[in-house]
Write a protein that binds this ligand. Structure first.
Ligand code: ADP
Length: 381
């Protein structure tokens, strides 16, 4: 027989757990309301996919974007049908990948929705995460979609503007370059050393400006996917030699050494790879004090040709090395602020190397120097 005291204690325990439950439920409601508010304020569309049924639940916005009736439960197939044909395969692959336990369940992708009920295509950025059960099977994939159409259009306008301005600047610069060359020819026999020096300096500045404008043009071409690689077979060591010789002509402030390595035969875009090496070398010069040594190494390893440029300059902090290859990124500290640049050289270099199925990176110690390196596949026999 349970006595009255035991009954009272049990009752009290039940009351206490009910109290805890009510508190948790209240907090859950608050947090759900807050999430809902944030979703509405940010105009996000939400989705919650059941991998077993292949059906979505979602808010009204996602149904509007995909052109589905409010009461309709979204079928994955129905949703993917309104995704632009050029993006569809990528999206399906990203979902399948996120449902695979080994992927960590991450889902992140941008794509265009071409909904027949909506005149304008919508560019969205999707971000989600898969929940797995203890058997590592996917239970649900949920997340949000953000409308980035405006953002994309702004980027496009900015790119078009940069392309147009660069293009317009090129024409007068080409004439200027031509005139400087003619003047140099005309004054070749002239004894006036000052005049010759000034003309040589003008030529260097025109070349600098030309490289800068070409960088902007390349950037807008990369952004709009209009860049094409013109691959040829060549020995990478020879290209390194040419670039170093050219760099030495315009910069006498640093000691540049090239360490010999076995001939590296590659099939790549020679101009573009030359551009990458030039960029790494000119940065090594720009970001290290006069008189310091710069060393170019090369080697073959695991089917790749590896090139590195080592300097003894100011170096880069760990936090900055992660962002250096982003477009327009420049380190913001007192020392760097005095050195001019636009932060597109490394961005372009990374694009070029990635398009060659290679890798680019940096190792650095602030105050001691940096090693920038890249690899591209060696030509297969
Ligand atoms: P830019 O030199 O025109 O700013 P880059 O894209 O070539 O553009 O470089 C991006 C940034 O990376 C630079 O602004 C600089 O802060 C840093 N950086 C690049 N190379 C080096 C280097 N060798 N040593 C130290 N910092 C560097």
């Amino acid at each position: 027989m349970i006595d009255i005291t035991q009954q009272m204690t049990a009752l009290q325990a039940i009351q206490e757990s009910e109290e805890v439950y009510r508190k948790i439920a209240g907090e859950l409601r608050i947090s759900r309301d807050e999430t809902q508010l944030a979703i509405e304020a940010a105009a996000l569309a939400t989705f919650d996919l059941n991998p077993q049924t292949g059906k979505f639940k979602g808010n009204d916005l996602i149904k509007e974007w995909f052109g589905l009736k409010p009461e309709e439960e979204i079928e994955l197939k129905k949703a993917t049908d309104v995704i632009a044909e050029s993006d569809r395969g990528r999206v399906i692959e990203a979902i399948q990948n996120a449902l695979d336990y080994d992927s960590g369940g991450h889902y992140e992708i941008s794509y265009t929705i071409v909904n027949p009920l909506n005149a304008k295509p919508k560019v969205v950025k999707a971000k989600g995460k898969t929940l797995f059960n203890e058997l590592q099977e996917p239970v649900r994939l949920s997340g949000v979609l953000q409308d980035i159409t405006e953002q994309r259009q702004d980027e496009q306008r900015k790119n078009d503007f940069i392309a147009m301005v660069s293009h317009e600047l090129k024409t007068p610069l080409t004439s200027l370059s031509g005139y400087v060359q003619i003047l140099q020819l005309m004054t070749r026999k002239n004894e006036d050393q000052k005049l010759n020096d000034m003309l040589e300096k003008s030529k260097t500045q025109v070349t600098k400006m030309n490289n800068l404008i070409n960088g902007f043009l390349d950037m807008s071409r990369f952004e709009s996917g209009k860049i094409h690689l013109q691959k040829v077979d060549f020995i990478l060591n020879e290209l390194i030699g040419e670039v170093v010789a050219d760099t030495k002509l315009v910069s006498i402030t640093h000691e540049i050494n090239v360490l010999e390595c076995t001939p590296l035969l590659v099939n790549a875009d020679k101009d573009k790879i030359g551009q990458v090496i030039t960029n790494l070398l000119s940065n090594a010069i720009k970001y290290s004090p006069e008189g310091k040594r710069i060393t170019v190494h090369c080697k073959a390893q695991n089917g790749y040709a590896i090139v590195s440029v080592t300097d003894e300059g100011m170096g880069i902090t760990k936090a900055n090395t992660l962002k250096l290859f982003d477009r327009f990124y420049r380190v913001e500290d007192k020392q760097s602020a005095t050195i001019s640049g636009f932060g597109i050289g490394l961005y372009l270099s990374a694009e070029i190397i990635e398009r060659h199925e290679g890798h680019i990176g940096v190792e650095s110690e602030p105050g001691h120097g940096s090693v920038f390196y890249f690899d591209i596949p060696l030509k297969k026999d």
